[in-house]
Design a protein around this ligand. Structure first.
Ligand SMILES: [Zn+2]
Ligand SMILES: [Zn+2]
Length: 281
């Protein structure tokens, strides 16, 4: 039985998220730690950090996750974008650690038309440098599976495996499996057999022990579309079956599973209820 939750707003400050999460029915949650669509950001105030930590404890939230800024692209060949990305990424690494959050999820980015090997080089050397400068951090960085397509760096398990191998530091980097992205990337997870086959592929290429968290979303786009459009659970092209297997899978009992479905808090509440109803005990 995985831990269920959703992406929770930090409107008014991060310290407001824990109570908001349990009001939605979350056991875990995902948050941003800053505005995800701007490069600049104010520092987190120490008292808000303490309030946040106290809130997570009081509300009994487990295995909280941070999602990185949407602007960050550590594989970007543009020196200005790359440098801004490193600054934002390191700031978010620091925030995640300061907030005592175990997981920080980022997208592997896009090489923007240079080449896969140049993208790999930029991405892995940036990851290495930023992590090596923070040797004692406990938060684990997670690379998210993406919908793929030409310039994306995370659309196949094979490419993710290459990124992880080249970066090294296996104790500090894992993977966040987004069901909608994996499906749009071409992995057919609609049936139990397809889901198992996909996980076997993941295990073979990357290793299931590196899979630390899930984003649970249905997909508005078809299998292999390479388009990333999330849908409410059971209302998209994936359908409900895989979510039944996933929430009951003993291998992922303590894994955070956060929704990123459309429709705001009302939809999150409905989706969470539906997922709790799929639990078999
Ligand atoms: Zn994401
Ligand atoms: Zn996601």
């Amino acid at each position: 039985m995985g831990l269920l939750g959703c992406h929770v707003s930090i409107s008014g400050g991060v310290q407001n998220a824990p109570l908001r999460a349990t009001a939605l029915g979350c056991e875990t949650m995902q948050i941003f730690t800053r505005n995800a669509r701007r490069w600049a950001s104010k520092a987190l105030e120490p008292e808000k950090i303490e309030d946040f930590k106290a809130g997570v404890k009081e509300q009994g939230l487990q295995e909280v996750m941070v999602h990185g800024s949407y602007l960050t692209n550590l594989a970007s060949p543009d020196p200005r974008i790359h440098s801004l990305s490193v600054t934002a990424f390191e700031d978010e690494l620091d925030r995640t650690e300061a907030l005592g959050i175990p997981y920080f999820v980022i997208h592997p980015g896009s090489h923007r038309g240079t080449s896969r090997s140049e993208g790999l080089r930029l991405l892995t050397s940036s990851l290495q440098k930023s992590l090596e400068a923070r040797p004692n951090y406990r938060s684990i960085l997670l690379l998210e599976t993406t919908a793929g397509g030409g310039k994306s760096m995370g659309g196949s398990f094979e490419l993710l495996a290459e990124i992880l191998d080249q970066t090294g530091k296996p104790d500090r980097i894992g993977v966040c499996f987004d069901t909608a992205h994996v499906f749009a990337a071409g992995y057919d997870i609609r049936t139990k057999a397809g889901f198992e086959e996909t996980l076997e592929g993941f295990d073979h290429q990357i290793g299931l022990e590196r899979l630390k968290a899930f984003h649970i979303n249905d997909s508005k786009t078809k299998l292999g579309s390479h388009h990333d459009v999330h849908e409410n659970i059971g209302q998209g092209h994936i359908g409900i079956e895989v979510f039944r297997f996933l929430v009951n899978d003993p291998r992922f009992k303590h894994h955070p599973m956060n929704l990123e479905t459309p429709g705001g808090d009302e939809a999150f509440r409905r989706n969470l209820q539906l997922l709790y109803n799929l639990r078999q005990s």
